[in-house]
Design a protein around this ligand. Structure first.
Ligand code: PLP
Length: 359
């Protein structure tokens, strides 16, 4: 049985802490998923998400984790010409695995971990061959790299490709202007910068992506965008039973973000926490794993340089913190500091002071 001592402060890049007021929303009474109340709830959420993402595109809500919507993007938006996945970390590789698992023609553009693809690299690759779509990870959680979409989208569009973006650990913390940056599929879950429970994933989907879906066979059933859109158009209904308590949370949190904090202030808070963390690690004689000019504002990845990462993790647990080591092959040589969601600068300072005491 899970008990109180299992809950410690999550300084990992998701799931992150969920505030008490958001958690409380999950305990509201259940409603019927084909009711006017559900319809109002869905429509309010969709309109707030459109505001948050600066888009008029179709909003899709999916009762799944984000990987489900990555699969939806692949199944619906990629046809005979195939897909180019930009690989610069562990999560970017997931795009390519999903393409292969769904039998889509796929190529990769590999970039060193810790770096972001450049406009020139992308241009050269897209000139070699035609693709239906390009997949990019906005914020690579494994390496702390934020790919500057605003510098790249034109290159993708010049080559007549759909732009599919995994924004799982970026959305709500990093600038995103979907319509201006012509992003066709922008997907994320709620357990990172949105600071909510996992279980519901969000995508904004362009008309071009929906048009493409019409031409692609075997879109599957659960993630068929055209079916999802058909139901959403029927007053915000879902083909299958959605995770209703997380809708309550999401509505509440979106109102807080948009009506109280403001999305641009939220991005600025993330930038402030990241800058503080980057200065802290330099003062400590440590270095960033990622290129500084593409370092993420939601998660900082640090070369551990002599710090025993496993010991630090154990020591921080005693202090009440869940620490993030490096990801995968960098488990021992890196560590990551998440500064995302509803985190405050004061909390980050306190955490970093605790690391100072322990190292
Ligand atoms: C960048 C990125 N993409 C995709 C995923 C997968 O998300 P999920 O496990 O919610 O499907 C994660 C999870 O951490 C992630 O950080």
């Amino acid at each position: 049985m899970i008990n109180d001592s299992d809950f410690i402060d999550l300084f990992i890049p998701g799931p992150v802490n969920v505030s008490k007021d958001c958690r409380d929303k999950m305990s509201l009474p259940m409603i019927a998923h084909r009711s006017d109340t559900m319809s109002d709830l869905h429509q309010d959420i969709a309109s707030y998400l459109q505001k948050m993402l600066f888009t008029e595109n179709q909003i899709i809500l999916s009762t799944s984790s984000s990987t489900g919507l990555m699969e939806a993007a692949m199944r619906n938006c990629v046809h005979k010409k195939g897909v180019l996945s930009v690989l610069n970390g562990a999560f970017a590789e997931r795009w390519n695995k999903i393409a292969q698992a769904n039998g889509k023609p796929t190529d990769t553009l590999t970039v060193d971990w810790g770096k972001a693809v450049t406009k020139q690299q992308l241009k050269e690759k897209l000139e070699e061959k035609e693709y239906d779509a390009v997949c990019i990870t906005q914020n690579e959680t494994s390496t702390g790299v934020a790919t500057p979409l605003k510098d790249l989208f034109k290159t993708v569009k010049d080559h007549d490709c759909l732009l599919l973006v995994d924004a799982v650990s970026g959305a709500g913390g990093l600038e995103a202007r979907i319509d201006e940056w012509e992003i066709d599929f922008y997907l994320f879950g709620l357990q990172k910068c949105m600071a909510l429970s996992p279980g519901l994933a969000v995508a904004s989907v362009s008309d071009a992506a929906l048009e493409m879906a019409k031409t692609v066979p075997n879109r599957g059933l659960y993630f068929d965008l055209l079916d999802l859109k058909k139901y959403h158009d029927k007053n915000g209904m879902q083909p299958a039973t959605p995770v209703i308590p997380i809708y309550y949370q999401l509505q509440y949190q979106l109102h807080k973000i948009m009506d109280e904090e403001g999305i641009e202030n939220r991005w600025a808070r993330h930038a402030e926490m990241a800058n503080y963390t980057r200065n802290w690690l330099k003062d400590k004689g440590l270095s960033l794993f990622s290129d500084e000019n593409v370092a993420s504002n939601t998660v900082t990845c640090v070369n551990s340089k002599g710090i025993d990462v496993a010991k630090l993790k154990a020591d921080l647990k005693v202090k009440g913190y869940f620490f993030a080591t490096g990801y995968g092959k960098f488990k021992k040589t890196n560590f990551r500091i998440a500064h995302m969601g509803d985190r405050t600068l004061e909390e980050v300072k306190k955490y970093l002071q605790t690391i100072d005491q322990l190292t």
